[in-house]
Every structure is written in C-alpha cells, then in structure tokens.
Design a protein around this ligand. Structure first.
Ligand SMILES: [Fe+2]
Length: 293
C-alpha cells in the first residue's frame, strides 16, 4: 500500500474505507503483550466479585505497561508506515490495550462497553484515524463492528454532555483507583453513545486476526460486538491524526458530534515525540464544532 498525496487518508476519512493489511512487527506486538498478560492474568471470571476486582487491577497494570512500552509504540508506528502513512506528518496517542471478556455484555459494569459510538463523541478529532491491531482472532462473535451506512448520516446522540476537561479531571480514559472499599475503574461520567439502535444485520464485522491490522476513520459509527466466543478478546489500538488534516479542519467530517475539547492535544509526534501544538488543536476545535444531532 503506497500513499500518494494523502490519497489513502482521503479514502479512509471521506469514503469510509476500512483497510485490512498485514503488519511487519506483529510478533513483537504479540509477544510483548502476551508477556504482560502472563504476569498479570486476565483469565478471570468478571462475574465473580473478587475475581472481577483482580481483573480490573491487572487490566490497569497491563494498560499502563503497554502505554509506556516504547517498543510497542515503535512497532505500531512501523505498521502505519508500512501501510503508506508518512510518519513525518503524524501525531499519535499512546498505544491502548483492550480486553473484552466473554459475555461482558451481561455484566452491569462492563455493559457500558457495548455502545455504538463515533470516537468524535468523546472529543476525538473528526479527522482522526485508528490503527486497530487484534491479538486474538476476531469475527462477528467477538470483534469490532462498523455501520458504514452512517458515515455521513447524523444519529441522535448524547455527545453534547461530554467535556474533555471534565473527563480528564475524573481520571480520563485510564481512570482507576484502588481502596479498602474496592476497585473503581471508570470516571463515573456518561460515556457518550448513539441513542439509536442500528440494524446489527447491517454491521460490517471484519474477520481479522493476529498478524493483521485495520485502519479506519474514527468518525465511523462503530463498537464492540457482544462477546459470544467464550474467550477474552485482546487488541491494541493507536489513534492518530495527520497534520494536513488538522490544518484543513474540514467541518464536513463532523456529522453530529457536540462534545467539547480536542483530544489530539495529548497526541505526540511520531518522530520527535513533541505534543501536537495547542493552537492547532484549538483552531481545529473552533472550525469543526457543531451542535449535536
Ligand atoms: Fe471507538
């Protein structure tokens, strides 16, 4: 895959193309993460109160280890480059680790993961692209689901109630606290989602497994399928923006998001590690904000 003049990113962002490709450093990503999983097992029953507390504590440890692992970040960036993305223009988030336990959809605390959303609903830029790396074989029984019909179609949602500042003050995406009264692993704030139920028969659920990855516009309406596979599903993701798209600040990419803030300000340059300039994020937010649908 060779990118020509931003052609790939245009196809991802404007046509909603979902690209599946084989990644060069898959073994490093797999082996490093599996090593963390051996140290902090997630093979626990989340429906058992004590095991669930241990699960949440271990998940938090693994997420922190993955975030800080320069080899994992380097391998994820290498995967982007191999897809034809020019890293010189890339600002990327930390690599995030995710575990989707079997039957999470029936767990009162975990069922919040089962929400259809655009990442824009929680202050991610409309021009953001996600690299999604499965560490487990994924399909309709446990994988990621997209609703491409809604790429440019507004859906009713509660994103207008989301403020990035408020979210970060409550602990942000890595919210976690451990005390004598137990383990708390969420901000307690509303995680914005679509207020409509899209037709699951129309969902596109790529069959993808270790060694491969997906690239997609994070403004796609998407989410996690109920996990009926009987096993934990593991994945890594790297969210990023290309500087030309931030400069362009095209409001047409924001279909129905009303959240406040621009999460890209936390992203770091692929090469220099410098934060994305504040002024660029402020300008992006100003030019692309619109009332929620
Ligand atoms: Fe998402």
């Amino acid at each position: 895959m060779e990118q020509k003049d931003g052609q790939l990113t245009r196809e991802l962002l404007y046509e909603g193309r979902i690209v599946q490709f084989s990644i060069p450093a898959a073994e490093i990503l797999q082996s490093r993460t599996l090593e963390y999983l051996r140290r902090f097992t997630l093979e626990l029953d989340i429906f058992d109160e004590q095991q669930n507390a241990r699960y949440l504590a271990n998940l938090h440890r693994i997420r922190e280890l993955v975030r800080g692992d320069v080899e994992i970040r380097g391998s994820a960036l290498q995967a982007l480059e191999s897809a034809g993305i020019n890293l010189a223009g890339v600002y990327a988030d930390d690599v995030r680790f995710r575990c989707i336990p079997p039957n999470f959809q029936e767990h009162p605390q975990a069922s919040g993961l089962l929400c259809w959303h655009r990442d824009t609903f929680y202050s991610n830029a409309s021009c953001q692209i996600n690299l999604w790396i499965p560490l487990t074989a994924c399909d309709r029984s446990n994988g990621i689901a997209f609703f491409p019909d809604y790429l440019d179609v507004a859906v009713k949602n509660n994103s207008a109630g989301f403020s990035l500042n408020q979210w970060n003050e409550a602990g942000g995406f890595q919210a976690f606290s451990e005390s004598e009264t137990g383990v708390k692993a969420s901000t307690g704030l509303t995680y914005p989602s679509a207020l409509v139920s899209p037709d699951l028969d129309r969902a596109f659920c790529p069959e993808v497994g270790p060694g491969h990855a997906l690239l997609f516009a994070s403004r796609h309406l998407h989410g996690t399928m109920p996990n009926l596979s009987g096993r934990n599903r593991y994945s890594l993701e790297l969210r990023f923006c290309v500087v030309e798209d931030l400069q362009k600040a095209d409001p047409a990419l924001n279909v129905d998001n009303g959240s406040a803030g621009c999460f890209t300000r936390e992203f770091r340059h692929a090469h220099s590690g410098e934060r994305c300039p504040e002024w660029l994020c402020d300008r992006y937010e100003r030019l692309t904000t619109r009332p929620a649908g």
